[in-house]
Design a protein around this ligand. Structure first.
Ligand code: SAM
Length: 286
């Protein structure tokens, strides 16, 4: 698989979904982004970089914390995401937010530009995340911090989704995906080092960080209905799966998911599922 083609497809998928991203009756990225900011504790006046900022799930809570004397710089590879986040920043009258289309694997900032680098559910999309994390160490000031979230990978479960979804997605159906787009293949190829806390710790230490903390803490995802969840899943990383599935299997998966999720929903048809999330923090070792 060519990394450029993978990256272009990721950028395209998120660009296409940006107008509805996180606006379809499902709460997940918002609560996760706010929790990440609580854990990372940006202080008044600090300079923060949000990599793969999307529409600003953690960018806006961080902008509030650093206040007008601080600055939050959001970068994303999908221009649509940056446009949406910019509209939001203008709507909120924020002057401490800068938004820019940029590949988070090649950030173009001078050394020691930031006090905190954050990334919520974005590091997993970087084909060479370890090199990117080393570059973030260089653009962080002395004792600067990094804080990011990733899915918690669990053996036997469908990567990126809570365990409740494992029985709802027939493995045979995924065999209709081109080999390189099968979720396990992506995880294995790019981000297997994220799976084990010890590998993650060692990888970060090799990148120039210390005091690595790995906190596995669920984030409650709520959806107005099973249909809302399925629609929403087309606007996040799972869009890549949907778009590579042949039409017949797409229809089958949609039906299976709605049926299965209906069984998990409450009397009003709403869903509340705890999603295992890994919160990782570390400090630059200088
Ligand atoms: C699941 S979304 C998370 C967005 C946001 N952080 C949030 O929590 O809502 C992943 C984001 O990472 C961005 N992304 C993926 N690869 C990237 C790259 N190489 N450089 C910058 N952004 C990237 C996508 O465009 C998308 O906006």
């Amino acid at each position: 698989m060519q990394d450029t083609s993978y990256k272009e497809q990721v950028a395209h998928a998120f660009d296409q979904s940006s107008s509805t991203y996180d606006r379809l009756g499902v709460q997940f990225f918002g609560p996760m982004g706010r929790r990440l900011v609580d854990i990372a504790e940006p202080a008044v006046g600090e300079r923060v970089l949000d990599i793969g900022c999307g529409r600003g799930a953690c960018l806006f809570p961080a902008a509030e914390k650093v206040g007008p004397k601080g600055r939050v710089h959001g970068i994303d590879i999908a221009p649509g995401m940056i446009d949406e986040a910019r509209k939001e920043a203008v709507g909120r009258g924020l002057r401490n937010v800068v938004l820019e289309v940029m590949d988070a694997e090649s950030p173009t900032f001078p050394p020691r530009s930031f006090d905190l680098v954050m990334g919520s559910y974005s590091v997993i999309f970087l084909p060479d995340a370890v090199s990117a994390l080393a570059r973030y160490a260089a653009i962080l000031d002395d004792a600067g911090r990094i804080a990011f979230t990733s899915p918690e990978f669990r053996a036997g479960t469908f990567p990126f989704l809570p365990p409740e979804f494992t029985p709802l997605i027939p493995r045979a159906l995924l065999e209709h995906l081109p080999e390189q787009w099968r979720p396990e293949a992506l995880v294995r190829r790019f981000n297997s080092w994220l799976e084990r806390a010890e590998d993650l710790r060692q990888a970060l230490e090799r990148c120039g960080y210390t005091s690595v903390d790995v906190i596995d803490e669920p984030v409650r995802m709520t959806a107005l209905s099973s249909e809302a969840w399925v629609e929403w899943s087309h606007t996040q990383g799972m869009r890549l799966l949907w778009q590579h599935l042949p039409e017949a299997q797409r229809t089958e998966l949609r039906e299976r998911l709605i049926e299965g999720l209906d069984e998990l929903s409450d009397d009003n048809g709403a869903l509340a599922i705890d999603v295992p999330v890994r919160f990782v923090t570390a400090r630059v070792a200088r």
